[in-house]
Design a protein around this ligand. Sequence first.
Ligand code: ARG
Length: 459
Amino acid sequence: MSHIRGRFEKEADKSVLEYTESVRYDWRLYRQDIAGSIAHAKMLARQHIIEEGDAKDIIRGLEAIRDEIEEGQFHFDTKLEDIHMNIESSLIDKIGMLGKKLHTARSRNDQVALDLRLYVKEKTSQSISKLRELQSALVSLAEKNKEVIMPGYTHLQPAQPVLFAHHLLAYFEMLQRDIDRFRDCLKRVDVMPLGSGAVAGVTYNIDREFLARELGFSQISLNSMDAVSDRDFVLDYETAASICMMHLSRLAEEIIVWSSQEFGYIELDDAYATGSSIMPQKKNPDIAELARGKTGRIYGRLMAMLTTMKALPLSYNRDLQEDKEGLFDSIDTLLSTVEVFSGMVSTIIVRRDNINKTLKSDYILATDLADYLVRKGEAFRSAHSAVASLVAFAEKMGKLFSELSIEEYQRFSPLFKNDVYSITIDTSLAARNGIGGTAPTQVERSLKAAKRVLDEDKR
Ligand code: ARG
């Protein structure tokens, strides 16, 4: 670190080095750091700021360092603070004085902003493809169980019959919006900050457009102070990850409830369930529980970074180094959760007989009975109250709707006629035939649309 301690008379205290170093975690930006430096060296040569031959040597040196890191041969030194200084110092060891030219027209402030943007771009795209896989697992589970009917719940009480596929496709929609949110993040992270220098820009005749092209950015940043000091693209990712994880936690909860003995709607594949160390009979949905639990830490990372950034004056402040651990953790947690969910969801075994049992009681058709009265001319509120009394009566008699006589029906409304017996679970489903409803034709249509979305994406 001697080259950045030029003006000091003492080496930093050991506790200071330990407190300030970040290479422990930012080493993972090595590929982005090296890619950025290679582009920078090329640009410096093109602009005649350094010699062509020097740039070539620098690039070769950087590539050798990348190989060493990838082969596990590179020694990361915490005394060199961060990944940027580690790589630069190793470059100087390798190619001598020449290596010292690389940092011309650049600061670690624009360098780290670049590295992190490159990293977030890559991980955002990866998050999108993993979410696609989970969507596709949901679609195939829905497709395989197209005819399964289950109670649709409100307040976790059986409300109206729905297709199991309809329930699953609700998550397809949520994930679709999550993907949109990540795509939106991609637009804003796709901005090349190099050339901002430490704070004010640089004094050399650099070519920022060239850098952007080399590094695959579609735009360059337009204010150097903003470029080195904002991390809203980190917050963007963490926000999208938080909302996505909230969705996953709901799916997790359903899986936990559905796989409980009391529900028994699904069984998890052995490969995606865990046992108990003491109770041999148990098969636990630990993956879903962990995902539900990890949602807290993803939210926490977002709150931490929002708080870190709050009221920070322009431009770069060391506080910003706190962006990485939270971001990396959010990314790792989200990616691993989505990946393991794809496996878990695609191997779910649906216990149709258990689901069918829940539909034995036809009280779930109460809304349909009310709608029936409305069609016969009753006002909805009066129909609702007539059917409510009918339910109470049937319950008291220990009878299903289908077991009530027409005289019994007519005690609650004279509008009940024999055709009331033609109301069944199937007619109830089929009647909900508007766009977005659970009628089999609508669900079939949604399945097709979902598959189209997935196919288009593959192309
Ligand atoms: N490790 C630093 C970070 O993560 C890199 C930038 C350091 N710049 C500085 N002026 N100390 O933010």
